[in-house]
Ligand binder design. Structure first.
Ligand SMILES: Nc1ncnc2c1ncn2[C@@H]1O[C@H](COP(=O)(O)OP(=O)(O)O)[C@@H](O)[C@H]1O
Ligand SMILES: [Mg+2]
Length: 166
């Protein structure tokens, strides 16, 4: 039987409803979707640890029977091959995502011509949502409950109520 497994890699610091929207769309067209948190991210200090991010994703994907979550290190193409995945899922929110995503897709194709990158667009209402913006708005007291899963709201709050927080 011919089944398609795809990897949805990212930082997910933290998971947003935009990510979840993409997961739902991806899960409809591939047989198996693996959300994979990159452990060796070059993005600077994350707000949430990898196990914290994994836990929030695990809770949010409970309703999907063909979606799982894991972590990986190193090259995405190596991880995809290990997993027997034929495709990588990535999201495009706006033109600003395009250039970086295009470069990554081309580089991954160079490294493994067999691996395809699949791009999907989220619902319009999530096109402006990013993990970075969520953290920034939350830190300044803004309400993000409509933009992230409930457990993420809870965990964001828990991060803030530490003693000596400025
Ligand atoms: N609101 C959103 N709607 C659709 N796709 C998104 C959204 N936010 C992030 N993505 C996509 O999800 C993937 C992972 O994003 P992110 O967690 O920021 O990790 P990365 O560090 O790889 O960019 C990327 O392809 C990104 O474009
Ligand atoms: Mg990003």
């Amino acid at each position: 039987m011919h089944t398609v497994k795809a990897i949805y890699p990212g930082t997910f610091d933290p998971l947003t409803n935009g990510h979840l929207d993409l997961i739902a769309r991806g899960a409809k067209i591939v047989d198996e979707l693996v959300v994979a948190i990159l452990r060796n991210s070059e993005k600077g200090t994350p707000l949430f640890t990898v196990p914290e991010r994994e836990e929030m994703i695990r809770e949010a994907i409970q309703g999907f029977d063909n979606v799982s979550v894991t972590t990986f290190n190193g090259l995405l193409v190596d991880f995809a091959r290990q997993q027997g995945a034929k495709a990588v899922l990535r999201g495009i929110r706006a033109i600003s995502d395009y250039e970086y995503e295009f470069q990554m897709a081309m580089m991954n194709r160079k490294l493994d011509p067999e691996l395809e990158t699949l791009f999907m667009m989220p619902a319009e209402k999530y096109t402006y949502v990013s993990s970075r913006l969520i953290k920034g708005v939350f830190r300044l007291g803004g309400d993000v409950t409509a933009l992230v899963p409930p457990l993420v709201v809870e965990r964001l709050k828990a991060k803030t109520v530490t003693p000596n927080n400025e």
